[in-house]
Ligand binder design. Sequence first.
Ligand SMILES: Cc1cc2nc3c(=O)[nH]c(=O)nc-3n(C[C@H](O)[C@H](O)[C@H](O)COP(=O)(O)OP(=O)(O)OC[C@H]3O[C@@H](n4cnc5c(N)ncnc54)[C@H](O)[C@@H]3O)c2cc1C
Length: 434
Amino acid sequence: MSKIIVAGAGHGGLVAAAHLAKNGYDVTVYEKKKKGTVGYDWTDAFDRSALTFAGIELPADTKLYHLHPMAFYGPSQKVKLIAGDSRGEYSTNMDRKAICKLLISFAEENGVKICYNSEVLAPIVEGDRVIGINVRSAGKIKAVCGDLIIDALGCNSALRLNLPAFMDMEGRFNRAEVFYSYRAFYELTGEPSTEYHENHFFHNYKPGLCWFMDYPDYCDILIGRFDPFTDDDVAETVAKFRETYPELGTKILRGGQHAIIPIRKAIGRLVLNGYVAVGDSAAMTIPLIGSGISNSVMAGKMLADSVIAAEGVTDVASLWRYQVQYFKKIGAKMAKIDKMRELIGTMSGEDVDFLLENGVLTTEDISAATGGGLKIGVPQVAEKAYRGKSNLPLLGKFALKARQGGVIEAHAANIPEIYNEKAADAWIQKYRTI
Ligand SMILES: Cc1cc2nc3c(=O)[nH]c(=O)nc-3n(C[C@H](O)[C@H](O)[C@H](O)COP(=O)(O)OP(=O)(O)OC[C@H]3O[C@@H](n4cnc5c(N)ncnc54)[C@H](O)[C@@H]3O)c2cc1C
């Protein structure tokens, strides 16, 4: 029986683990946290059709929270764009710990073993194959070997970052490819002032995206920045939010945690001999906003299906099937959105105000981008050029990124279906550089 090691109890890793165990594979997950502590202490929105895709049923008594309609502001806050909700009828907002508990139960019911308090340190590589991992548990380091190592360790994966250079895996993500984030629920100390999920691009002219939401008994805050920030910055941002939303109290009720979220296109090389990346480790979030639960869950199912179809053969050529499915179904669309994220990563707060205040970036663009269906073609760019004619250099960049978006989407969807080293390498290098 093939032995599968899942590094980290990430969402996609757990889904893959469950389906592989159900099909007779010997699967063990190594997770650094203690039992019962996996997941963040807040609620998250995601598309629950991903659970259906992965064959997971949401229990009837699951507590769901209200999903607010989206509004967007630039740093001047002069224009408020209200986005048509592109999230669809299957969007759900629920406690993250409950999502993780659901995935863990699904994995365990199917026979997966989970080792908690086990920190994955680095990959073990022999020749051109990843054959195992080093794990620290109870103060001791041990080597664990398997036929396939599934990397579900999240954004700064200790496996992805420690693979040897000749394996040509993406290393640390660049500036504006991750959000340094802080999330907390604060006490609500007055009347709620908004029914919207209020997104602020470059809040207080700092590059990134922050949000504010009122609930009946708390306020939900996210601070997402392209650059690292301290607790003093958190206090300053919360105080600034309080000027706009006076109901925002000072007491933290839940969360209050810093974390890193990838906000870029997926890495170009998802598979090696004996190794595969899934979820945040492979940057499978929606670029710009960093939502990645649904994409990770779906990728986990595609991964298990590919391994099962290959009857447990885990060389790069067999695992490539997973990479093809991911890019055709999800990755190509995300790569297109990533071009807008790249553009925003080079902009100033004043540029963001210009695009919003002159109607260059519209409600349709933003809601389509965050939902994955961004459609910016020549007619749309011409219309924007007219509206934005007083800042032609910025418009030029916008037009370039819109064009590149179409090119990268087509390239990503045209991934070679059958693995051939030369063709796969050429596809990966082009995908990385478009
Ligand atoms: C503030 C914030 C808000 C977000 N909001 C949303 C949202 O509303 N909707 C949405 O879809 N997504 C949201 N996301 C993104 C979402 O969290 C991820 O895309 C999703 O969790 C998929 O990531 P993952 O499961 O691959 O990795 P992770 O969730 O990072 O899980 C990795 C797991 O590996 C473990 N681990 C890490 N390192 C080691 C190690 N060395 N050894 C052993 N175990 C290790 C971790 O403890 C963790 O359990 C948000 C993220 C943040 C930080």
